[in-house]
Write a protein that binds this ligand. Structure first.
Ligand code: ZN
Length: 167
């Protein structure tokens, strides 16, 4: 069984505030040693900004291969996609997201839902990158998810839909 391990609050912690990424790196070393094929680094409360993300990626990529790392970003303060771009630039190709931006976190006060999958896929497709995801069907899935949870989901593409194409 392949196991991806998660380290939460690498960019900042709702209880302790600033986090030294070296502490997360030590944990990542242990997780890799115990057999995790990939380590997902979490900005659990969505405080990360691009330069910080660049520093974290550089720190981890000095010891791990690009395919051993994933980013788990929240858009709480509107910086998730900017941080995705930094991660892409560093060579990371695994990003967590949830349809419509569904989610939240029971142990991290103030955490909003994940980066919306529709927003992520829209960005990646716009850059000519392949995801294997049908964005129109994903948007339909977002509408279903919204009906199921019975509240408005925060994703931008989920709310705005796809732009009209020139005919
Ligand atoms: Zn999360």
């Amino acid at each position: 069984m392949k196991v991806r391990a998660y380290i939460s609050t690498v960019w900042g912690c709702p209880y302790e505030g600033d986090v030294d990424p070296l502490r997360a790196l030590e944990i990542a070393r242990d997780l890799a040693r115990w057999g995790a094929y990939q380590i997902s680094l979490g900005d659990t409360i969505g405080v990360g900004t691009p330069l910080q993300t660049q520093r974290i990626c550089q720190l981890f990529l000095a010891e791990f291969a690009q395919e051993q790392l994933a980013l788990h970003l929240h858009d709480t303060r509107g910086t998730a996609l900017a941080n995705v771009l930094v991660g892409l630039d560093a060579g990371i190709r695994t990003f967590d997201a949830s349809v419509g931006g569904l989610g939240g976190c029971p142990y991290a006060p103030g955490a909003s839902g994940n980066l919306s999958t529709e927003d992520l896929v829209y960005l990646l497709h716009g850059m000519g990158l392949e995801t294997g995801v049908d964005l129109e069907k994903l948007i339909e899935a977002g509408a279903v998810a919204e009906r199921v949870v019975g509240r408005k989901l925060p994703g931008k593409v989920h709310q705005a839909g796809l732009p009209k194409r020139r005919t």
